[in-house]
Design a protein around this ligand. Structure first.
Ligand code: GLA
Length: 407
C-alpha cells in the first residue's frame, strides 16, 4: 500500500486514519493493505419525509467511520476477523456462511448485511474468491446520536468490499444496497437519506435529494460567515425503533385514505378537503409531511440566495411541526432548540431544530461563524443547568462522501 507517510492524504480524516493505521499495524505486525472511510450526515431540513417521497437537505459531516484491512496470513477458514476499536470487541464473520439477521442489531449485523448484499450482487462464485481478511474499524461519528453512525458503517463496509473485490458499484446502487442491509439486518424500515448522504456527500455543498426520483441537486454552501453547529443531546429514548415504523404506517394509511399515489401530489388544500376521512393522528402526521416537503424546497432556494434568516425560520417551523404534529422530538431536544432560539439573531443564531430520527440525538443550528465558540459554550452551560446533562457540540463543513483512503 502507499504508506500514509508517503501519501498526500491529509484531509479532516487525518487523525482517525493515522490512529487506525497504527492500531492495525501493532495488532497484526503489518500495515493494512486497504483503508476506506465513509461519513455520517446531518440533515438541515426535510425530516421524516424521505420515506414519504419528499425532499431532504442533508450534508455529509467531517466525522467518519474508517476501516483498515489486509488479507489474513497463512491458511485457515475464510473469515473476516473484525475489531471494533470503539467497543474494543473482536468478532468473526464467516464468509462461507454469512450471519443471519438478529435483533437487537449488533455492529456485526450492519456489516454482515452489506456482505450479504455484495454476495447477491457478485454471485456466490465470485464472492467465494474474496480472501480471508483482518479488519479493524474506528468511528468518530457519535454512536446512536442521530448522525447516521450505522449508515456510515454500512457504506464504509461496502467501500471496503468494492476495493477488495475490484467491483465498483454505481453510487446509487451502493447506497440502496446499504439501505437494504439496514432494513434486513437492523429491522429499521428507513428511507434513503442516510446512505445517500454518506455515499454522495460533497465538500462545500448540501444535497437536495428528491426521494421520489432519487435525483440529487447539490446546493453550494461555502459561506465563510455561516456555520452548521451540531449539538448532541446525549440522550436516546428507547422508543425509536417501533415508533419509526409506526410513523411510516400512519403516513401510508393517511395517503391511502386521501387517495393519492404519492405525498408529492397532495397539496395543503387536498389535505384540508380530506380531513374528515382521516383520524386525528393521521391528520397531524399528514400536516407535517405536506408542510415539510414545502419547507425543504423553500430552504434550498434560501441557501442559494444566501437568505439565512429565511432558512432559520424554516428550521424553527420544521422543529415545531416535528414536535407537535409528528411527535418525534423529546424534552431535551426541545430545550436545546429553545436555548438556541433564546440567543436569537442578536447573538448570531439564525435557526435550530432536531435532526435525524428523533427521540434524542442531535439538533442542528445555523449560526454566524464568529459566534460559534461563544454560543456553543452558552448552549452547553444552559443545557447542563436545566437538565443536568453534558451536551457535545461541534461545527462541521459539508464533507466528502465515502472513498478509498489508501489501497
Ligand atoms: C432516520 C432514517 C432516515 C430518515 C430519518 C428521519 O435517520 O434512517 O431514513 O427517515 O430518520 O428523517
Amino acid at each position: 500500500m502507499n504508506s500514509l507517510e508517503n501519501s498526500s492524504y491529509d484531509g479532516p480524516l487525518g487523525d482517525l486514519v493515522h490512529r487506525l493505521t497504527q492500531s492495525f499495524t501493532s495488532e497484526h505486525s503489518r500495515p493494512p493493505q486497504w483503508i476506506v472511510a465513509a461519513p455520517g450526515r446531518v440533515n438541515l431540513i426535510g425530516e421524516h419525509i424521505d420515506y414519504n417521497d419528499g425532499y431532504v437537505l442533508p450534508m455529509a459531516i467531517e466525522r467518519y467511520v474508517a476501516i483498515a484491512a489486509a488479507p489474513r496470513l497463512g491458511k485457515g477458514s475464510r473469515v473476516a476477523s473484525i475489531r471494533s476499536v470503539n467497543l474494543n470487541e473482536c468478532e468473526q464473520i464467516d464468509l462461507d456462511e454469512l450471519p443471519k439477521p438478529s435483533l437487537p442489531p449488533k455492529w456485526t449485523g450492519y456489516m454482515g448485511g452489506v456482505f450479504a448484499g455484495f454476495q447477491n450482487r457478485m454471485g456466490a462464485d465470485k464472492f467465494s474468491q474474496l480472501p480471508a481478511m483482518d479488519v479493524m474499524f474506528e468511528s468518530n461519528v457519535p454512536i446512536g446520536g442521530g448522525l447516521s453512525s450505522s449508515a456510515a458503517l454500512e457504506v464504509a463496509t461496502a467501500t471496503l468490499l468494492e476495493v477488495v473485490s475490484g467491483i465498483t458499484l454505481e453510487l446509487e446502487e451502493k447506497a440502496l444496497l446499504c439501505q437494504q442491509a439496514e432494513h434486513d439486518y437492523a429491522g429499521v424500515p428507513c428511507g434513503i437519506m442516510d446512505q445517500f448522504s454518506s455515499v454522495f456527500g460533497q465538500e462545500n455543498a448540501f444535497m437536495l435529494l428528491d426521494c421520489r426520483s432519487q435525483q440529487i441537486r447539490h446546493v453550494p454552501f461555502s459561506s465563510d460567515h455561516v456555520s452548521v453547529l451540531i449539538t448532541n443531546s446525549n440522550v436516546k429514548h428507547e422508543l425509536s425503533g417501533g415508533e419509526y415504523a409506526q410513523r411510516r404506517a400512519q403516513c401510508d394509511s393517511a395517503l391511502e385514505k386521501i387517495g393519492a399515489a404519492s405525498w408529492r401530489d397532495v397539496t395543503p388544500d387536498d389535505l384540508e378537503s380530506n380531513k374528515s376521512s382521516l383520524s386525528e393522528i393521521e391528520y397531524s402526521r399528514a400536516s407535517h409531511v405536506v408542510s415539510e416537503i414545502e419547507r425543504t424546497q423553500k430552504a434550498a432556494v434560501a441557501i442559494e440566495s444566501g437568505l439565512w434568516e429565511t432558512l432559520g425560520e424554516l428550521m424553527y417551523a420544521s422543529h415545531h411541526s416535528l414536535q407537535h404534529d409528528y411527535e418525534v422530538s423529546c424534552c431535551e431536544l426541545d430545550l436545546l432548540v429553545e436555548i438556541a432560539r433564546g440567543v436569537g439573531r442578536a447573538g448570531g443564531v439564525y435557526g435550530s431544530r432536531m435532526t435525524g430520527g428523533g427521540f434524542g440525538g442531535c439538533t442542528v443550528t445555523l449560526i454566524e461563524s464568529d459566534k460559534v465558540v461563544e454560543v456553543s459554550e452558552h448552549i452547553q452551560r444552559q443545557y447542563k443547568k436545566q437538565c443536568g446533562i453534558d451536551a457535545q457540540l461541534f461545527a462541521s463543513l459539508p464533507a466528502k462522501g465515502a472513498h478509498t483512503v489508501s489501497s
